[in-house]
Design a protein around this ligand. Structure first.
Ligand code: M6P
Ligand code: ZN
Length: 189
């Protein structure tokens, strides 16, 4: 294939051109937020857009890299800040880099072995997600949270248990402040 250049709008997160655009609404994340009643209510009341993903697809082959931006809206479901679904890579021994471009957020990371980390992200924060670490971004600010990512094209996504029981900790607003609290669902895995 030939080398190429595309445009990334740092403010809006738009990749141009883009051949893989995904929108996730609250209804796509049923059961992932702790407050089931708040989820149901907000889903019925317009099903808010939570985030958009702009990816420039190239062949999903070993050796290739995918570039992707995410625009995560500001808001909460109950007390819990809007977040991405979060995933392990299907090919577990693959890493990823996230670079904060706009807004404020937090990267939650965990391993199957029970290690957990939370890294605050602001514009210019470059985070490195090593192989074997699941990753989820959370918007803890009051504006859109925009970040760029790059990862191996053959990595794939494994949502598995994360879709059912989430990460070890959840980010909720307590007295208006983002606060990490243990995830009550995690005892049930
Ligand atoms: C980043 C990358 C993508 C991912 C997206 C949304 O842009 O990691 O691979 O799809 O975030 O995250 P998720 O798929 O977990 O909802
Ligand atoms: Zn990933």
């Amino acid at each position: 294939m030939s080398p190429f250049a595309i445009t990334l709008d740092f403010q809006r997160g738009v990749l141009e051109p883009c051949n893989n655009f995904v929108q996730r609404h609250l209804s796509d994340m049923r059961g992932m937020y702790l407050d089931a009643a708040a989820t149901e209510k907000a889903t019925k009341k317009g099903d808010p857009l939570l985030y958009e993903v702009y990816q420039y697809d190239i062949p999903f082959e070993t050796g290739q890299l995918l570039v992707v931006t995410t625009v995560l809206q500001s808001g909460k479901v109950g007390d819990e800040y809007y977040m991405t679904k979060g995933h392990f890579h299907e090919k577990e021994d693959t890493a990823e880099v996230y670079l904060g471009l706009q807004g404020r957020g937090c990267l939650l990371l965990e391993t199957a072995g029970g290690d957990f980390e939370a890294l605050p992200v602001k514009p210019g924060t470059l985070t490195y997600i090593p192989p074997y670490w699941a990753h989820r971004m959370v918007n803890t600010g009051e504006e859109n949270f925009v970040f760029f990512g790059v990862y191996p094209a053959d990595a794939g996504h494994n949502y598995g248990d994360i879709e059912k029981t989430g990460f070890a900790k959840v980010l909720v607003a307590k007295d208006g402040q983002p606060t990490l609290v243990p995830n009550p669902k995690r005892g049930k895995r």
